[in-house]
Ligand binder design. Structure first.
Ligand code: NAP
Length: 312
């Protein structure tokens, strides 16, 4: 990669207010020229983007790297992007701890029956249900990457049995690792609380369907914090109605915002949140991206390069 002569030019392309981003970038890279992208803009050296239009890549042909403002690159990979242009995704950048909070909250709310107590309180009822046994609630985490591992460690620290499924084997204390398509049935058969933290790729799209979800232990609970397109939503509704699924906490949906008529809004055993499980935090994200730009300009390797052949 050629080192930049003169000031670095950074283009910002996302449907969000660029000013907080520019303020943080000026602190990290005071010498950089910052520009919110619009048609016909000057060529930039680096880009910070979220779901940019195709025209952005058609025009910005001198980029040395493009930084995605999130961990998942499924939306970005729908664009035609020059094969040699490095695509860099966020590595945690403050999202890991948020994911751990979100998943532990949903898990504890279900297994300590806070959802039951909320309903009882609304009805003015004082009643002690039989407690659930932690050991009967093995937590299976789909995807053991940056976020999956952070979540697995947090759940293991609460003394739940934890297993994880990934493409390659992992070694994390207190977590049983299963991997590859052939071990998916064994993973599902041992899981009662399923946490989805996979990237959305052609291999993982629609992975959570009637056939796979039926293989979970009876009375299973689904926590989806990855992407809506991993889940066949009608199948989840059918399995909630049959009782095979006890409930679900869902942060992501096939259509976002979730349409007002969608059955998930009103289902008594479904909790819906508006894609907030791991929010992109400006200071952490800018610090990470600026550090990577400095490393690239110094000819050093960086983490978080997307492998386009795998799709994540
Ligand atoms: P990551 O580091 O790339 O980890 C992905 C994990 O999935 C890896 O363990 C990988 O296995 C595994 N995997 C991928 N394809 C697989 C397959 N076909 N079979 C088995 N395992 C497979 O990603 P991350 O940073 O943890 O992020 C995960 C996802 O979370 C993102 O892609 C995004 O969709 C979602 N997300 C959601 C929010 C939100 O607010 N709801 C926020 C941030 C991210 P290997 O380790 O073996 O490669």
């Amino acid at each position: 990669m050629q080192l930049t002569q003169g000031p670095l030019r950074i283009s910002f392309c996302a449907r969000t207010d660029p000013l907080p981003w520019f303020e943080a970038l000026r602190k990290e890279l005071p010498q950089a020229q910052l520009e919110a992208w619009s048609r016909g803009a000057q060529p930039a050296d680096y880009a910070i983007v979220w779901a940019p239009p195709q025209q952005f890549f058609d025009e910005q042909t001198q980029l040395k790297a493009v930084f995605n403002m999130g961990a998942g690159v499924d939306a970005l990979l729908k664009r035609k992007i020059a094969a040699q242009l490095p695509i860099v995704r966020l590595n945690d950048a403050g999202m890991g701890v948020q994911m751990a909070e979100y998943v532990c909250h949903a898990l504890i709310r279900h297994t300590r029956q806070f959802d039951v107590f909320e309903a009882q309180a609304r009805a003015g009822q004082w009643h002690e249900p039989v407690p659930l046994e932690r050991g009967h609630y093995p937590v299976g985490i789909l995807g053991m990457g940056v976020l999956g591992e952070r979540v697995a460690r947090a759940v293991a620290a609460l003394d739940f049995p934890v297993l994880a499924w990934s493409r390659s084997p992992k070694q994390v204390a207190g977590v049983k690792s299963l991997f590859g398509a052939t071990q998916l049935p064994a993973f599902l058969a041992q899981t009662r609380v399923l946490v989805n933290l996979l990237p959305l790729t052609p291999e993982t799209e629609n992975l959570l369907n009637r056939s796979t979800l039926t293989q979970l232990l009876p009375g299973a609970y689904l926590i989806n914090v990855a992407r809506g397109r991993h889940v066949v939503e009608e199948d989840v509704l059918a399995l909630l109605d049959s009782g095979h699924l006890a409930g679900a906490t869902l942060d992501v949906f096939r259509t976002e915002p979730l349409p007002p008529e969608h059955a998930f809004w009103r289902h008594p055993r479904v909790t819906v949140t508006p894609h907030i499980a791991g929010r992109t935090l400006v200071p952490e994200t800018v610090a990470q991206i600026a550090g990577k730009i400095r490393a690239l300009e110094a000819g050093l390797p960086i983490e978080g390069m997307v492998d386009r052949s795998r799709g994540y």
